[in-house]
Write a protein that binds this ligand. Structure first.
Ligand SMILES: Nc1ncnc2c1ncn2[C@@H]1O[C@H](COP(=O)(O)OP(=O)(O)O)[C@@H](O)[C@H]1O
Ligand SMILES: [Mg+2]
Length: 270
């Protein structure tokens, strides 16, 4: 589905992502994990065309997309959500999904907002794509509501619908459970599983280790921009390099410790 070879980007002297080679399997959920600042969001920005890599190649469905612009990447079948919610709260849920369709498949936001002649002709197509996306994420009944009136989890679904409106084969989710309570997290996990059961491939970045361990089929671990481990959850959670990376990180050491212990059936260490 997706292969990156020697992928890297430097910001000044900082290698935010360095020499990452990996293959993301189709029809599965792949999680990108790693301590804060590991390069996870940057990795997403590279594969979705928001950043141009300094080194390496990105192959998506057999096509070299390394130099494509973001809307060309979208046209090739990949869509993403952002770490911070980027929905338009005063617009309706349906209008948000329509903007998702237009911005991602046409030239840009300005066109979408100004409703040029071409945009008007495309309105019905956008509306249909948007309604299909809302149905897929289970919020079609809320189409006419202002997006800002939805719950936090509902707003996440709007964000996912915006990405799905371009009908991608691969969906990238940056911290989908951020700001969610446990109940909402469970509900979002179920949604992600449903989407994958329907044929979508998902790559997600997530800090909540317990979530990743039970949700992902395949895990790729970044640390200081480099891939330090890859495999199924049980393998990765036992990998000494991963445990060390997380324990070395004050912010997330505890979370990884719990996840490791839970998946290994052990008592959490002190
Ligand atoms: N546009 C940028 N310019 C300069 N440095 C950046 C930029 N984006 C990310 N970085 C740096 O790259 C590193 C990785 O960041 P990021 O990918 O956001 O990490 P993560 O998502 O894993 O927490 C961090 O040190 C961050 O400060
Ligand atoms: Mg990030």
């Amino acid at each position: 589905m997706l292969r990156v070879e020697g992928l890297g980007i430097r910001f000044g002297g900082l290698h935010a992502v360095k020499d990452v080679t990996a293959t993301i399997p189709a029809g599965q959920i792949t999680a990108i994990i790693g301590p804060n600042g590991a390069g996870k969001s940057t990795f997403f920005n590279l594969i979705s065309g928001f950043y141009q890599p300094t080194t390496g190649r990105i192959i998506f469905q057999g096509q070299d997309i390394t130099r494509l612009k973001t809307h060309e990447v979208v046209a090739s079948g990949m869509a993403r959500t952002f770490q911070t919610t980027t929905i338009y709260k005063e617009l309706s849920v349906l209008e948000n999904a329509m903007i998702g369709h237009r911005v991602r498949t046409r030239a840009g936001l300005l066109d979408a907002l100004l409703r040029t002649g071409r945009e008007r002709r495309d309105e019905q197509e956008s509306r249909d794509a948007a309604m299909t996306a809302l149905t897929r994420v289970g919020i079609a009944a809320h189409a006419a509501r202002p997006a800002g009136a939805m719950t936090q989890e509902g707003q996440k679904r709007v964000g996912i619908a915006m990405a799905l409106a371009s009908n991608p084969k691969l969906l990238l989710l940056d911290e989908p459970a951020a700001g969610m309570n446990p109940e909402e997290t469970v509900s979002l996990m179920a949604l992600i599983r449903e989407l994958v059961a329907g044929g979508l491939t998902v790559i997600l970045v997530e800090h909540k280790m317990s979530l990743v361990m039970s949700l992902a089929d395949h895990i790729l671990v970044l640390h200081h921009g480099q891939k330090i481990s890859e495999g199924v959850p049980a393998q990765v959670s036992r990998d000494p390099a991963v445990i060390e990376a997380y324990l070395g990180s004050h912010a997330h050491g505890g979370q990884m410790g719990q996840a490791t212990a839970a998946s290994a059936g052990e008592t959490p260490h002190a």
